[in-house]
Write a protein that binds this ligand. Structure first.
Ligand code: C2E
Ligand code: MG
Ligand code: MG
Length: 413
């Protein structure tokens, strides 16, 4: 059976469930990391695996329900005449068990696994497609929760999906009405409190929810591609603002996806030129992911920017897959030591955090790169960083993000 078979039989099954008052469930199954198998041991082996998976699912089902190959590595399973909703989860568990048995393929022992989404029919569903859609959404939840498991679609997931859709529509309107305001958080020289720069942080002035931080909408923005537009609005603001006199720099956050676009450097330099702003007063914050994705390209981009005076800071350092060999090849002006290490400096994990921060600082000194401690909240954290040789810092203790950048010195009492 394939997708077509399902499309024909699902309406019949719904009709039957409506009449007989029994439980009907649609399971949507997607193999975990199937692409890896295809890419590594070949499509022939991949095909063989699909055949075996189909066989295993059928065996697990026995006489119950129908399994259809939906496409690619996806299978849909129709379970009707169930006694209870729990029964569908029990069947999903059994499928996962049977599926996980070792499999010899291309001279290798593999352990297939899958993520399963379950949607249970209720009278609110009019079309079979709606059931499939919700089972698919639940499957994504199962993947997100760690794969090799099942998840049942529920109202909370529906509400979540709707909230995301609303947020996306809001975001589109907000771009048109320019409801984004940069906030500025000082970056400070720890020895004397001199403000050497500010990080521009995005805030969305939402009509209903107030000033939203990026965690509330950057994910949605990235999925829909809207974050690029939002970012450019912000960059334009920041660069326009840089025309005003001041001695320090402003750093902007650049998402990896963004940094990947070919015209990024050109566009940024174009904005600086158009505004007549000094490129040396602008820095970009990148994460390790942005650099390692396509290292040669990233290197070219960074060099183009550096030539004009725009330097790069490596954000959240220590949380990514730090490939240290790259560090000396990229023109990085400073490492921003991630907040998690700084927070650990006066907690229960002090010894561990000390060791890690010390190692990061030793590395930076050897490579001639500056360091900025992120998220400094207490005097102990600040003083420890200074003792270890970290010259610069940022955090609530030194100054919260505000609508205006204030230069000068912050008190270090
Ligand atoms: P980030 O670049 O690591 O920015 C630092 C974050 O730590 C900011 O959160 C800042 O408000 C927060 N922070 C600063 N000091 C402290 C402290 O002492 N304690 C605590 N608990 N937090 C502190 P925010 O503004 O919510 O931004 C979160 C992330 O969103 C940023 O992490 C950055 O990756 C991203 N982001 C911010 N602005 C933009 C933007 O304009 N464009 C893009 N693409 N991403 C942005
Ligand atoms: Mg940052
Ligand atoms: Mg950071």
């Amino acid at each position: 059976p394939n997708r077509l078979y399902l499309q024909v039989h699902l309406p019949e099954a719904i009709e039957e469930a409506r009449k007989s008052n029994t439980v009907l469930a649609v399971l949507f199954l997607d193999l975990d990391r199937f692409k890896l198998i295809n890419d590594s041991i070949g499509h022939a082996a991949g095909d063989e695996m699909l055949v075996e998976v189909g066989r295993r699912i059928s065996n697990a089902l026995g006489e119950r329900g129908v399994v259809a190959r939906f496409g690619g590595d996806e299978f849909a399973i129709l379970l009707d005449q169930l006694e209870s909703t729990q029964e569908s989860e029990a069947i999903a568990t059994r499928i996962l068990e049977v599926l996980g048995k070792p499999l010899w393929l291309g001279g290798r022992e593999l352990f297939p696994s899958a993520s399963i989404g379950i949607a249970l029919w209720n009278p609110r569903y009019r079309l079979g497609e709606e059931l499939l859609r919700d089972a698919d959404a639940a499957m994504y939840r199962a993947k997100a929760e760690g794969r090799d498991r099942s998840a049942v679609f529920d109202e909370a997931m529906r509400a979540h999906a709707i909230r995301l859709l609303d947020l996306e529509a809001d975001l589109r309107r907000a771009i048109l009405s320019d409801s984004f305001v940069p906030h500025f958080q000082p970056i400070v020289r720890l020895t004397d409190g001199k403000v050497i720069g500010h990080e521009a942080l995005l805030r969305w002035n939402h009509d209903l929810h107030g000033a939203l931080p990026p965690s509330e909408f950057v994910g949605v923005g990235e999925d829909s591609g809207l974050i690029e537009q939002v970012d450019w609005l912000l960059y334009e603001r920041v660069i326009g603002w840089l025309r005003a006199p001041g001695e320090g720099y402003v750093s902007i956050n650049v998402s990896p996806k963004h940094f990947r676009s070919d015209d990024f450097a050109e566009r940024l330099l174009g904005l600086l030129d158009a505004a007549g702003a000094d490129p040396r007063r602008l820095r970009i914050e990148l994460t390790e992911v942005a650099l390692l994705d396509d290292a040669p390209r990233a290197l070219r981009m960074l060099n183009v920017l550096r030539e004009r005076g725009v330097l790069a800071l490596l954000d959240d350092f220590g949380t990514g897959f730090s490939a240290l060999s790259y560090l000396h090849r990229f023109p990085i002006q400073a490492l921003k030591i991630d907040r998690s290490f700084v927070a650990g400096l006066d907690g229960e994990t002090r010894a561990e955090s000390l060791a890690l921060v010390r190692a990061i600082l030793a590395l930076a000194v050897t490579l001639g790169i500056d360091t900025i401690g992120e998220g400094i909240e207490t005097a102990v954290q600040r003083d420890t960083l200074m003792e270890l040789g970290c010259l610069f810092g940022q955090g609530y203790l030194l100054g919260k993000p505000k609508e205006d950048a204030v230069w000068g010195h912050v008190p270090l009492a």
